[in-house]
Design a protein around this ligand. Structure first.
Ligand code: ZN
Length: 443
């Protein structure tokens, strides 16, 4: 018999009964009810229609909880109410109307991927979406909704998408609470502007701000497929990041080589994305200036190689470009390993997930730890509390603490001991709602 996770809903009970008594009443064998995995949204269905599902108080009882800041808690109840974590108390002390009990499943904050492209998808030809195949906006947005679904099911409860216009509609639909997907922050597009004047760049930032962008995305270097050389001057980056700061917006900057990343740091932008060719001096400058560094060292490459036929011949995807990427893999790994030795450098989780990569964001984390040598707990922190801080949302998401949104996932096994457990997501709660609840596999 499987014991975890167990979902027990007893709305008529005001006071939570001791665990053993509840189990006797509600365990599948005793009550003859379906297996726990067959009740993935029982707590939602139990709520009378028209009533917010968050109105119930849910208790998540777990033997092992990673809080997202690097601490491991044992035998606790997480009390969830109105979509938020109300309390974390010793197991058995939580009071609520629904109980989920986990033993083999480890709970941790939902993962936060700070660099995805939610819109990217393969079209009905099976290849990367391009103008070669006609696609209606309705078809396109459904592909994006699929990306959102698989991302959430993979344990990622927040993404920063960098980004396209259609993501405003996606963000709105998910916020309304019925379309399942991660919380979406989007840049709604990006700024390149190689030949633009500083004034023109400032007005581009203003346009994105007025359209409701959560963040500004800038290209300050060429793609790694063509060498990653700088494409914006210091003056241009100063204009963009200065204007964004004045508007309270963060700026994440695509920069592969040292020069573009140094300019990014000196301009006071928020984060360097990719940085596959950085040197130690530049990494130290990022640390000194408090920038976040978002290396993408595995999933982006792995996915391109696995799906080469679906990309080749479209846009800039050429044989030469693929060769450049193959050569970049060991370089990106070496830069990451160097970055790990730079004191105070804030390395955050971002995958650069494009078509084919959505839903397996965790693979980047496994690689960072196993091949890169980052301790698993640090890897987890980079994808939870540190990622939240980089988004300016550390008071809202990224750790398991009272007052924060109840974005909590469960993995089969403890990822701080075995990082591959991140690939075995069995439970997903976002904002207090349960979107996934599979039984653990008994070994
Ligand atoms: Zn990207």
């Amino acid at each position: 018999m499987t014991h975890s996770p167990r979902l027990v809903s007893f709305l008529l009970t005001v006071v939570l009964l001791p665990c053993a008594a509840v189990m006797a009443m509600y365990s599948p064998s005793a009550a003859g009810s379906p297996a726990p995995g067959a009740l993935p949204s029982h707590s939602l269905q139990s709520v009378p229609s028209g009533q917010s599902p968050q109105a119930v108080t849910t208790v998540l009882r777990a033997a092992t909880i990673l809080d997202g800041t690097g601490l491991t808690l044992t035998d606790r109840d997480i009390v969830v109410r109105d979509g938020r974590i109300e309390a974390v108390v010793p197991a058995g002390e939580g009071r609520g109307t629904a109980l989920y009990e986990f033993d083999q499943i480890t709970l941790l904050p939902g993962l936060i991927d700070t660099h995805v492209h939610m819109e990217w998808h393969f079209d009905r030809s099976g290849k990367l979406r391009s103008r070669a195949v006609e696609e209606t906006p309705e078809e396109a947005i459904l592909y994006v909704a699929e990306n959102a679904w698989v991302t959430l099911q993979g344990g990622v409860t927040t993404v920063q998408s960098v980004g396209s216009r259609s993501e405003a509609a996606l963000r709105g639909a998910i916020e309304r609470g019925l379309l399942p997907g991660p919380r979406i922050l989007t840049s709604l597009g990006s700024i390149g502007g190689r030949n633009a004047t500083p004034d023109e760049l400032r007005s581009r930032v203003a346009q994105f701000a007025e359209r409701g962008a959560d963040v500004i995305k800038v290209f300050a270097s060429a793609s790694i497929r063509v060498g990653g050389t700088p494409t914006l001057s210091q003056e241009q980056l100063d204009a963009i990041c200065g204007e964004a700061r004045a508007r309270g917006l963060r700026v994440v900057v695509h920069a592969h080589g040292p020069v573009s990343a140094q300019r990014t740091a000196l301009a006071g932008c928020t984060a360097v994305e990719h940085g596959a060719l950085l040197d130690r001096e530049t990494l130290e400058l990022l640390a000194e200036r408090g920038l976040y560094y978002d290396p993408n060292i595995d999933l982006i490459f792995r996915n391109y190689f696995e799906n080469k036929d679906r990309y080749l011949g479209i846009g800039g995807y050429t044989e030469e470009g693929f060769e450049q990427m193959r050569q970049a893999v060991p370089k990106a790994l070496a830069v990451f390993q160097e970055a790990l030795t730079v004191p105070g450098l804030k390395i955050v989780f971002g995958t650069d997930a494009v078509a084919g990569a959505h839903g397996r964001n965790y693979q980047e984390l496994v690689y960072r730890s196993r091949e890169g040598g980052q301790p698993p707990m640090d890897t987890i922190v980079s994808a939870t509390s540190l990622a939240a801080e980089s988004l300016g949302m550390d008071g809202e998401i990224g750790s398991i603490a009272p007052g924060l949104a109840a974005d909590i996932i469960g993995t089969d096994g403890d990822p701080s001991r075995d990082i591959t457990a991140l690939g075995r997501v069995r439970f997903v709660m976002k904002g207090g709602r349960v979107y996934r609840n599979d039984p653990a596999q008994r070994q």
